[in-house]
Design a protein around this ligand. Structure first.
Ligand code: CP
Ligand code: NVA
Length: 332
C-alpha cells in the first residue's frame, strides 16, 4: 500500500508540464498529458485533505464573475479556494455582464490588477475569449454556451476512480449532443483515450466538423467519436451513460421543441440495460427527473452523480494549484 501511494504521488506531479499562468476556456486547451496531470493532482489533493493545503494558495484571490445561476460551480470553487488558503470575490448578474457596461477587454484588464485568477460564467463564448485574451491572469471558463471544461475534469476524475483507468473505455452521451457539457466531456474524453458515442436526433446532433475535430484529438490516444440516431445503438456495450438537461440556460424559449425531439432519448432503466452490466450513469446536475432521466436511474445503484458533484471541487482545486503555482512546496 505504501509503495502504491508513493507511486501515485510521484506520478501526480513528476511528468506534468507547467500550467502556470495558462487559461482554461475549453477542455482541448490542455493536452492529454496536461489533463491527466490535473486529474492525478486532483486525486492527490482529494486523498490528503489536511492542513498542509491551507498554505498552497495563501494570499491569492480568485475572482468569480457569473452571468448565469450556479450551485455547484460557485460553491465548489469557493470552498476549494478556501481549503487551499485563498480568498474569493464573487459578482453576479447586473454587477457583471461581460461586454454590457464596458468591453470584455477593459473588464479583464481591470480585474487582472485585483485578483490572481478569474472564473467566468457567460452566455456567449466569444466575449469570454476576448476577456481571456486581454486578461493577464489565468481565466477559467465556469460554463459558456460552448463549453464547460471544469465539469469535464470532474467527470473524468469520477470515471477514473470508478474504473481505475480511462483509456479504452466508451462513454455514450445521450440527449442534446451539441451543448456545452457534451462538447467539453467529449474533448477531454478522447484526449484521455475514451471513445465517445453521441445519441441524438438530427436537431440536437454533434456537428460533422466537431466530430472530425474529436477524431483528430482522439486518434493519437486510440479513441474516436461516433454519432448515432438510435439511442439503443449508442448505449449498447458502453461503460458510461451520460446525459444533461434538454434545455440549457439561456435557451428557455426552445424548451418545448427540445422536449418533443428528445423524449426518445430519455435515460430509463430499459435504455441503461443495453450498456455493460458494470456501467455507470452520469449527469452534471441540475437534473429533471421524468425528463432527461428517470428517477429510478438517477437515484439507482449505477448512478454516480453525487460523486461527480463532489469531484468538481477536487478537480478545480487541482486546476487552481496548477494554474497559480509552480507546484513547488507540494510534498511529492
Ligand atoms: N454542473 C454545474 O455546473 O452546476 P451549476 O450550474 O449548479 O454550477
Ligand atoms: N447544459 C447545461 C449545464 C448546466 C450545468 C446548461 O448550460 O444549462
Amino acid at each position: 500500500m505504501h509503495n502504491v501511494y508513493k507511486y501515485t504521488t510521484m506520478y501526480a506531479i513528476a511528468p506534468a508540464p507547467s500550467l502556470q499562468g495558462r487559461h482554461f476556456l475549453q477542455a482541448s486547451d490542455f493536452s492529454s498529458a496536461e489533463i491527466r496531470a490535473v486529474l492525478s493532482l486532483a486525486g492527490y489533493l482529494k486523498s490528503r485533505r489536511s492542513g498542509e493545503q491551507l498554505t498552497m494558495l495563501r494570499g491569492k484571490t480568485l475572482g468569480m464573475l457569473f452571468e448565469k445561476p450556479s450551485l455547484r460551480t460557485r460553491v465548489s470553487f469557493e470552498v476549494g479556494m478556501t481549503q487551499l488558503g485563498g480568498q474569493v470575490m464573487f459578482a453576479s448578474g447586473a454587477e457583471f455582464m461581460v461586454g454590457s457596461r464596458e468591453t470584455p477587454e477593459d473588464a479583464a484588464r481591470v480585474l487582472s490588477r485585483y485578483v490572481d485568477a478569474i472564473v467566468v460564467r457567460t452566455h456567449a463564448h466569444e466575449p469570454l475569449e476576448r476577456f481571456a485574451h486581454a486578461a493577464t491572469v489565468p481565466t477559467i471558463n465556469g460554463l459558456s454556451a460552448e463549453a464547460h471544461p471544469c465539469q469535464a475534469l470532474a467527470d473524468l476524475l469520477t470515471i477514473q476512480e470508478r474504473f481505475g483507468a480511462l483509456a479504452g473505455l466508451t462513454i455514450a452521451y445521450i440527449g442534446d449532443a451539441g451543448n456545452n457539457v457534451a462538447k467539453s466531456l467529449a474533448e477531454a474524453a478522447v484526449l484521455c483515450g475514451v471513445t465517445v458515442h453521441f445519441g441524438a436526433p438530427a436537431s440536437h446532433s454533434a456537428k460533422e466538423s466537431f466530430l472530425a475535430h474529436l477524431q483528430r484529438l482522439g486518434k493519437p490516444h486510440g479513441a474516436t467519436a461516433r454519432a448515432f440516431r438510435n439511442p439503443t445503438r449508442a448505449v449498447r456495450g458502453v461503460d458510461v451513460v451520460y446525459t444533461d438537461v434538454w434545455t440549457s440556460m439561456g435557451e428557455e424559449a426552445l424548451k418545448e421543441r427540445n422536449a418533443a425531439s428528445l423524449i426518445p432519448y430519455a435515460i430509463t432503466q430499459e435504455l441503461l440495460a443495453y450498456a455493460q452490466p458494470h456501467s455507470i450513469f452520469m449527469h452534471c446536475l441540475p437534473a429533471h427527473r421524468g425528463e432527461e432521466v428517470s428517477a429510478a436511474v438517477i437515484d439507482g445503484s449505477q448512478s454516480v452523480v453525487f460523486d461527480q458533484a463532489e469531484n468538481r471541487m477536487h478537480a478545480q482545486k487541482a486546476l487552481l494549484v496548477a494554474l497559480l503555482t509552480d507546484l513547488r512546496g507540494i510534498p511529492v
